[in-house]
Design a protein around this ligand. Structure first.
Ligand code: C2O
Ligand code: CU
Length: 548
């Protein structure tokens, strides 16, 4: 195994987009930042030099961090931010997983511009894939762009007690494409050779939107999601939620020519006036060598409310059963949790400009609205046995009341609408198997919530609409070849059941990957105890870890 070393200069610079100049914070002057390539088993060493005006952390989204949880990166969970003018080196082994992951800042909304791909190749090279080796591999990072400073956008929203402003464009590898003003030349292009097969490693790095993605006239074969192989699945459209990745093979088998690839939001709520969003399209070019690039063919993207298409894609994927990449489903469950995810309302103490009606926008899991500890890291508190005043271990296994989540009459749901603020974790014994039913409450505006669990992959046993019914819905569990993910879009007015084994000691954040919901409380955490051996015990923090 090799040591792969990178330097990240996190710096502000002025980017010109959409007819104007905007100062942004990004890594090594690029948007997206550098693609990191490693082989399974390698050690990754990243020196982060923070020359930006903000405290920075980097999170390695989907990396297990076995024995290295100190490198996970969520601010005030595993470390405090690297202050302006200082540096810190992340160092960890990338073991037991391969595929497409990514890295992003885990402080405020900075991941809008501080992000990049993290590609883990099989130890024995690309011929070790469970599918034919593609001619070329291309990371496709879907993102969002604001004509504003994103940290200000977030803070203004939070101060006003409302959801922050929506973005001004979607992007492919940082470029909005020619449907946006002044962007004809700010468009991502791939050159392909006719007859060859390409692998697109698609990453949804957008802050707040699920996205449909399509290439005109070409079929894609999905071979992996969230760095977990799938049974090959053919489709002409994919959908991803923020945090998720999808690897597809695409054969350049059409007449020599130029084709658009395009992405635009899937919005899982029939009330665009309640949740405003940017109903626009980013596009790039998929051009055959030898083609003129005028008049590319444009794909017809699904309607932004096309839930049947999205649900079909999300639920039809299956994982591998058997073979070297098979991860069997753990069958004996130690912890059964039923967790509601939803938007809620926080009562305000005083009625004023930031709180006009005596209540403000918030979000919760099991009606607990998560607050990040101030000036403390949860992992550090746990490691040194000083959790008092930082967090409590009474995160509830069930919501405070059970009712019809899909048809709320606002009069009888007060206990679920006014979510108290807290910092609560669920304690788990090392190696216990956890099953979580995630129930999306349609309370307030309903959206899919992409719930991401740090440090673990989970099997997705079933997904559906309506209220989860323990008797009838558990008969739908796929215990043979379910898909494996690190982020699951819990459907609006519906549910998903995930299962994982807590074989990784530490304090792991669980949260909605919509940045509009994370800072207002749609999060919780697992505190996983040590196992019996040195290799299942959390080691001490690096001596230079940024403290709080
Ligand atoms: Cu991709 Cu906690 O994040
Ligand atoms: Cu959410």
């Amino acid at each position: 195994a090799a040591i792969v070393e990178h330097s990240f200069n996190v710096e502000n610079f002025v980017a010109t987009k959409l007819c104007r100049e905007q100062e942004i914070t990004a890594v090594n002057g690029g948007l997206p930042g550098p693609t990191i390539g490693v082989k399974e088993g390698d050690t990754l060493v990243v020196h982060v030099f923070n020359k930006s005006p903000y405290g920075i952390t980097i999170h390695w989204h989907g990396v297990f961090q076995l024995q290295s949880q100190w490198a996970d990166g969520p601010s005030n969970v595993t470390q405090c931010a690297i202050p302006t003018g200082q540096s810190y080196t992340y160092r960890f082994n990338v073991t037991g997983q391969e595929g497409t992951l990514w890295w992003h800042s885990h402080v405020s909304w900075l991941r809008a511009t501080v992000y990049g791909a993290l590609i883990i190749q099989p130890k024995h090279g690309r011929s070790a894939y469970p599918f034919p080796k593609p001619h070329k591999e291309i990371p496709i990072l879907l993102g969002e762009w604001w004509n504003a400073n994103v940290v200000d956008v977030e803070n203004e929203g939070l101060a006003a007690g409302i959801a922050p402003n929506i973005s001004d464009a979607y992007t492919i590898n940082g470029k909005p494409g020619d449907l946006y003003p002044c962007s004809e030349n700010d468009m991502y292009k791939i050159k392909v050779e006719r007859g060859r097969t390409y692998m697109l490693r698609i990453i949804n790095a957008a802050l707040n939107n699920q996205l449909f993605f399509k290439i005109a006239n070409h079929t894609m074969t999905v071979v992996a999601i969230d760095a977990s192989y799938t049974d090959p699945y053919e489709t002409d459209v994919i959908v991803t939620a923020p945090g998720q990745t999808v690897d597809v093979l695409i054969k350049a088998d059409q007449p020599v020519g130029s084709y658009y690839m395009a992405a635009r939001p899937y919005v899982s709520v029939p009330l665009p006036t309640v949740i405003p969003f940017d109903n626009t399209t980013t596009r790039g070019i998929f051009a055959y060598e030898g083609s003129e690039s005028n008049n590319p063919v444009m794909p017809t993207l699904p309607d932004f409310l096309d839930t049947p298409t999205a649900h079909k894609f999300y639920t039809n994927l299956t994982g591998l059963a058997g073979g070297p990449h098979w991860v069997p489903v753990p069958l004996d469950v130690d912890e059964h949790m039923f967790v509601t995810v939803g938007l809620s309302t926080e009562p305000c103490e005083e009625i004023n400009a930031t709180c006009p009606n005596g209540q403000r926008f918030s979000a919760s899991m099991n009606n607990e609205s998560f607050v990040f500890p101030q000036n403390a890291s949860m992992l550090e508190a746990y490691y040194y046995g000083r959790v008092d005043g930082v967090y409590t271990t009474d995160f509830p296994d069930n919501p405070p009341i059970v009712f019809d989540y899909t048809n709320p009459s606002l009069s009888n749901v007060e206990p679920l609408i006014f979510a108290p603020k807290s910092t609560k974790v669920k304690k788990l014994k090392f190696n216990s198997t956890v099953e979580m039913v995630l129930q999306n409450t349609a309370l307030q505006a309903a959206e899919n919530h992409p719930i991401h669990i740090h440090g673990f992959n989970f099997h997705v046993l079933a997904q559906g609409f309506g209220n989860y019914d323990a008797v009838s819905d558990s008969t739908k569990f796929n215990l043979v070849n379910p898909q494996i993910r690190n982020t699951i879009a819990v459907p609006s007015g519906g549910w998903a059941v995930v299962r994982f084994q807590a074989n990784n000691p530490g304090v792991w954040l669980v949260h909605c990957h919509l940045d509009v919901h994370l800072p207002v409380g749609m999060a919780m955490a697992f505190e996983v105890g040590n196992g019996p051996t040195p290799s299942s015990t959390l080691p001490p923090p690096p001596s230079d870890l940024p403290r709080c």
